[in-house]
Design a protein around this ligand. Structure first.
Ligand code: PLP
Length: 456
């Protein structure tokens, strides 16, 4: 077999890719027809492709490369750990230094009494853990019927059977027999698309109160937990109205329901604090983590669990775990990533300097004729595209057609920006500089102009 390197012509790489590599969330025939863009290298906030183009990655990979690409320290941490102890498991009364050190560090960083870490290999796995953990917790407390988990339509919690069921993505539910039983959804706090004539604050309250209605419909004695992202990411960077989270907190407190904050995107600085729960004033019992935990340099996720839940579980054998729970190399890389985030003051800079700068520049796109709502928290933002700002109208074309077109223009202009339907979203590396923010905004504006010209 030929050795496949980045010296091969792009078309050959693309043909091999389409022939043998089944891509996530992709239409394989489109890949075969068009060929995937082959990414060969990355540094800071920029990717390089096999044709030599330099692309500004305003999505930090998949919302994960928080410290930016190319940090040698992480490669060195991985190499050191691989030489010392490349693998050992954490089942059956064994442990190792990286798993201990990372858990202790996460307990220090996490708010409140979130002091206990259950490791997974990804965010999906961690949310599967959460389903089993919540149900086991209530069963151990003598309330096994309290096995219902509530979540939100258009939330995203992963794509395994369990986490995909928690998520409220219709496209995911439509394939493979999801959702699993005893998971129910309430509406999302997306005022722009669904708020009608209500004010944002009225709508936020209304959506939060759907949680109470759902609890009463199902029976409070049956509901174990509510899971939500502090800011919905994959659903289109939906920032809830200010009225929303305090009301949600009131309701979960009133009914004694566990609150799971899915921090897979919001965690590790993206919103300007270590966790999105801190930015939004939420007090979760469990937080799901992944992505920015290792800045994506190694696959690792987990659940950070409060004293009460961990205490109850401590008395039973929790029959759950993954071969790679607490993988030593992933833990060592995550620890080094956290050290960099902390010692270089990256999160403080997001909160106090680059975040506000990005907000100002991103919000300036509101003057574009095709941009309606602009939302941004820290380093995650979205633009709702519309043919008519005042009425918040949608385009005559099928939903997502214009967003897709603008995303394609971004891609052609060497900017990675995603679209969710007709919402354009960004989530750049947290280390993005002011000059790079200017470039991001210039390329986004150009792409919006080109997209608009194509719509007309
Ligand atoms: N939770 C949230 C909020 C996410 O955004 C994602 C992925 O985008 C996940 C969970 C799933 O994580 P993973 O893709 O690592 O399984």
């Amino acid at each position: 077999m030929n050795v496949i390197t980045n010296h091969m012509p792009t078309a050959e790489l693309q043909a091999l890719d389409a022939a043998h590599h089944m891509h996530p969330f992709s239409t394989q025939n489109d890949l075969a027809a068009r060929g995937a863009r082959v990414i060969t290298q990355a540094n800071g906030c920029f990717l390089r492709d096999s044709e030599g183009a330099e692309i500004l990655d305003a999505m930090a990979g998949l919302w994960c490369v928080n410290i930016g690409y190319g940090r040698e320290e992480l490669a060195e941490a991985a190499a050191r750990q691989m030489k010392e102890l490349p693998y050992y498991n954490t089942f059956f009364m064994t442990t190792h230094i990286p798993a201990i050190a990372l858990a202790a560090k996460l307990a220090e960083l996490a708010p409140g009494d979130l002091n206990h870490v259950f490791y997974a290999g990804s965010g999906s796995e961690a949310n599967d853990t959460n389903i089993r953990m919540v149900r086991t917790y209530w069963a151990e407390k003598g309330q096994p019927e309290r096995n219902v988990l509530l979540a939100r339509w258009n939330g995203y919690h992963g794509s395994s059977m369990g986490s995909g069921s928690l998520g409220g993505m219709v496209g995911i539910h439509s394939q493979g027999g999801l959702p699993i039983p005893d998971i129910h959804h309430i509406g999302q706090p997306n005022w722009w698309a669904e708020g009608g004539s209500m004010s944002e604050e009225e709508f936020g309250l209304m959506r939060a109160r759907e949680l109470e209605e759902k609890i009463l419909e199902i029976g409070p004695e049956r509901v174990g937990a509510f899971i939500a992202e502090p800011v919905q990411g994959a659903g289109g960077v939906i920032v809830a109205p200010d009225s929303y989270w305090p009301e949600i907190q009131r309701i979960v407190d009133k009914y004694g329901i566990l609150l799971i904050a899915d921090e897979v995107i919001c965690g590790f600085g993206r919103t300007g604090n270590w966790f999105g729960s801190q930015t939004l004033g939420i007090r979760p019992h469990i937080m799901t983590i992944a992505k920015g935990l290792s800045s994506g340099y190694q696959p690792i996720g987990g659940s950070i669990v409060c004293d009460e839940v961990a205490g109850v579980l401590a008395a039973c054998e929790f029959n759950h775990g993954y071969t790679y729970s607490g993988h030593p190399v992933a833990c060592a890389v995550a620890l080094e990533n956290l050290r960099i985030l902390e010692e270089e003051g990256i999160i403080d800079r997001v909160r106090e300097e680059t975040g506000p700068y990005l907000k100002e520049k991103f919000e300036s796109l509101a003057d574009h004729p095709m941009v309606g709502e602009v939302k941004i928290v820290g380093m995650m933002g979205s633009l709702a595209l519309t043919p008519h700002k005042d009425s918040r109208a949608t385009f005559a074309s099928e939903a997502g057609t214009v967003g897709y077109m603008v995303r394609e223009r971004c891609f052609a202009n060497n900017l990675i920006m995603r679209h969710v339907g007709d919402r354009m979203i960004i989530s750049p590396p947290l280390v993005i500089s002011k000059e790079e923010i200017d470039l991001l905004i210039d390329r986004a504006r150009l792409s919006l102009d080109e997209g608009m010209a194509a719509v007309k």
